[in-house]
Design a protein around this ligand. Sequence first.
Ligand code: ADP
Length: 555
Amino acid sequence: MSDSRFRVLVVDDEEVVVSLVRDALEDEGVDIDGALSGPEALSCIEKNPCDLIITDIRMPGMDGIQLVTRVREKNPDVQVIFMTGYANLNSAKDAIKQGASDYIMKPFELVEIRQAVRRALDALRQAAESSQTAKLNHLTDLNQVLFTANDRSSLITSSLQFAMLHQKAHFGSIVVLDGDQGSSSVITVTDDGLIHVELPQETAMGLAGAMERGRLERPAVISAIGDLPPFAGNRREALAESIRPPWMTPGVSAVAVPVRRAGDISALMFLGFQDDTVTIREADLTFLSITATQLAMSLDNLSLLDETRQAYRRLKELQDETIELEKMATRGQLSAEIGHELNNFLGVVAGNLSLLDFNVKKQKFENIERYVSTMTETIEKMKRFTGNLMDLRTGSSARETLSFDQTIREVIDYLRPQKRFRDVSIFVARIDEDIPFEADSTQILQLLYNLFNNAADATIDSDRREITVRVEKKSDRGRFRFAISDTGIGFPEDVLRKAFNEKFTTKKTGHGFGLVVCRRIVDQHGGTVNVHSQQGQGATIVIEFPMAAKEAVPA
Ligand code: ADP
């Protein structure tokens, strides 16, 4: 806004006062509106915001002070001159304390109102200048400009404004070549902001080609775009015309500044001057060249930052995918293990079924009951096994009082015939009878299966494949101890450190969950687990559990 165009609104319920003030300000170079009441003044401001209000204080309905309060809610910088009679002098003085500019006493001389208006306009000019200065101060430091702009378009426009400010240019445009996107645009700085014109794709392509062919190394003073090497020649006239900034007149000097780095041109800046006699010195061109290089570097950095962000995003995605794949692989291995266990159970059922069939055909009925009960028991075990898998997943636990010594014997009986234990001797070194134990039986079975399986696996390459178990009471503390030893490879120190970690395995077909599950089960039963082992000399896993009250053991 130019300062000769300040807008003044005169408000008074007496029309004659409004026209008097209008007349008084006729030669002050301001636009004047008039209103006969507060509400009328508000709707007038709605249409044409004003810089200065000259208002009567005493008006019917909304008085002058109320009016100003309402206006200031939206425009706190508006200047105010109150016109007041003697009766309202104190209100006017109070209003000034709250920020109104001035007051004049009615009846007033025309010269008085002119002086008050001039003072108000001076204040308005000063305020406008200081806000402009703050903007300029910000623009004077290129580093500041480049540092604070964090997107491509503000980087480009701020650099253009910076160049204009330092060269005292009145006009400025920048043609941005976005090779990657196959698009280009022309941005022009005007008093009211920026004009952004997107160039048709064909023009953008032609422009990129022209820039590649005709090298433009340094800033140059030109009188038409056609003077520049990329646009020299008759056939390029149309291209030159399509990127010509609106302010550029052929024959009037302007400066063209290529924004380039390492042979790649990313933009073309144009500066123009109101006064055609302005001389552009070599030092100015050097300054512009440095500004352009800085801009090009910042644009490069911004692209790098974008690429880095994208690469980081992709990396995160890959990481998520890998975790997902690993989960699937684990699930696959677990399924294989589960399949294997279920197959064992099914083998028992199938075997008994064929024996049953065979015997029935031969009319031999004496063993039938045994076959059926074995099948029923095995199916029961299968149920428990699958239920156990669920329980481990959900962490739920159903307790019953069982006899640990009996459980361990059952497990050994079940494991012995399995392929994994074919060449393995299982010794029961000591089992104290009658060890009552409050536990989730399926979880305890799972714990024992895992420990026995590991012990058998560890002895695969041993000359002597032996597993020894010992279960004894520690009556002093109401606890009992279960130890399983093997003649296997033992735990090297680094394996022992990680053996209880999820997914840690040294086996080709391992899944690394066995010991994790063991520890969880032991914890859930208030027990402790310790490993005693030396590499090459087997391992002993010792588990201590609290015993249950004796009476609770079922018959
Ligand atoms: P997995 O059996 O799938 O490998 P575990 O969690 O049961 O998973 O065991 C983790 C690792 O601990 C095994 O791969 C093995 O290296 C080691 N380990 C477990 N039990 C024994 C043992 N009795 N003797 C030697 N090493 C063992």
